[in-house]
Ligand binder design. Structure first.
Ligand code: GLU
Length: 366
């Protein structure tokens, strides 16, 4: 039923909640991936665990929690992690190829397309890409930050039709199952709204970075790119092969019927909003009902610091994010021309980059 699958394996799955890797379970996950590979499907692994593995490898040293130390642990752990994936896939006669990404690698359209080509070439040659964030060099500014969002980016790049987020929970529940024993598993989610986000809360596991909140963000990105998303327990029997066969496991988020066009997928998956503009009711109608571009005249406030070409979020007066897009003026310029008719831009700034603040071709309505 699915042809190209990204399997995101969280630290909690790799370690089964202990400080050490669960090797037999890693082999079991690889066995399932190899079975899919034999059926002619493309499998991409997005692995966490570099920092946790580095820490274990070095005998749990007592280190200050600085970026440098985390990067050191990631460097040690990543090579160990990769060595293990390589060894376990080799049991099934499969080659793996490592790709380490940061957000900076996909922020620019050319680098994004280049990353996509590498990924697709590996798949073409029947190699299993094993992907992680490049934690050894990534700093906060250039990081994706969690592997849920990273895997959504990978699913977008690879044009996958399924993203499986494996975690230590069976899926998304109507309430936190550890505090509410009567909480129910939600088998399918059609709409990711505020109520659902409030159910997800923050991070829940000890070693990894993400939680249900980042999983919902990832689901939102991947389904707009055309992939179904499943959140499921990494230890459930045959979870990967069953998910790919279309059986009901965990919580499923069906892909949106009309996925974003390629350029917009990139804007949504690859780039972080550097700031925001608030727009008035007239502009909301122009964008949302008429599909028009955003003009400076409709902007009532500018927050954050951004440059021309950055991605920004566009909010209504109530603070709700309505759209995201690539802005044609810096935050500094926009603060000066907000509320003005486009004819007055040159007069005010001494120059102009055209009449629109965010062109509709560069904009995704949410
Ligand atoms: N990239 C991180 C690591 O390998 C994991 C991030 C996450 O857990 O989401 O340690």
């Amino acid at each position: 039923m699915y042809q190209r699958v990204v399997v995101k394996i969280g630290t909690s799955v790799l370690t089964a909640g202990t400080p050490h890797l669960d090797h037999p379970h890693m082999v079991e996950l690889v066995r399932q991936c190899a079975a899919l590979h034999r059926q002619g499907k493309d499998v991409i692994i997005c692995t966490s665990g570099a920092i946790a593995v580095g820490r274990a490898r070095m005998g749990f040293p007592d280190l200050p929690p600085t970026l440098n130390h985390k990067q050191m642990l990631a460097a040690v752990g990543q090579s160990r992690l990769m060595q293990l994936w390589e060894r376990y896939f080799e049991i099934y006669g499969l080659h793996v190829g490592q790709i380490l990404l940061t957000r900076a690698d996909v922020q620019n359209r050319r680098r994004y397309l280049n990353g996509r080509d590498t990924l697709l070439t590996l798949l073409e040659h029947r190699i299993v890409p094993v992907i992680n964030e490049n934690d050894a060099v990534a700093t906060e500014e250039i990081k994706v930050g969690d592997n849920d969002n990273l895997s959504a980016l990978v699913a977008t790049l690879a044009e996958a039709d399924l993203l499986i987020l494996l975690t230590d929970q069976p899926g998304l529940f109507t309430a936190d199952p550890r505090r509410h024993p009567d909480a129910q598993l939600i088998p399918e989610v059609d709409k990711i709204d505020e109520t659902l986000k409030s159910l997800a809360g923050g991070s829940i596991s000890g070693l990894g970075v993400g939680g249900m909140a980042t999983k919902l963000q990832a689901a939102d990105v991947a389904r707009r790119a055309g992939a179904d998303v499943i959140i499921a327990a990494g230890h459930a029997p045959n979870v990967i092969t069953r998910a790919v066969a279309g059986e009901s496991v965990g919580t499923r988020f069906p892909a949106l019927k009309t996925p974003l066009e390629n350029r917009k997928k990139w804007i949504y998956a690859g780039r972080k909003a550097a700031g925001c503009v608030v727009i008035d009711a007239g502009a909301v109608a122009a964008l949302c009902a008429d599909g028009r571009s955003l003009l400076p005249a409709g902007i009532t406030a500018v927050t954050g610091h951004f440059e021309r070409g950055d991605t920004i979020c566009i909010q209504g007066a109530d603070g709700r994010e309505l759209a995201r897009g690539i802005v044609r003026y810096s935050s500094h310029d926009l603060a000066h021309i907000a509320g003005l008719h486009s004819d007055q831009i040159v007069e005010r700034l001494g120059y102009a980059y055209g009449p629109v603040a965010v062109h509709r071709n560069d904009m995704i309505l949410l």
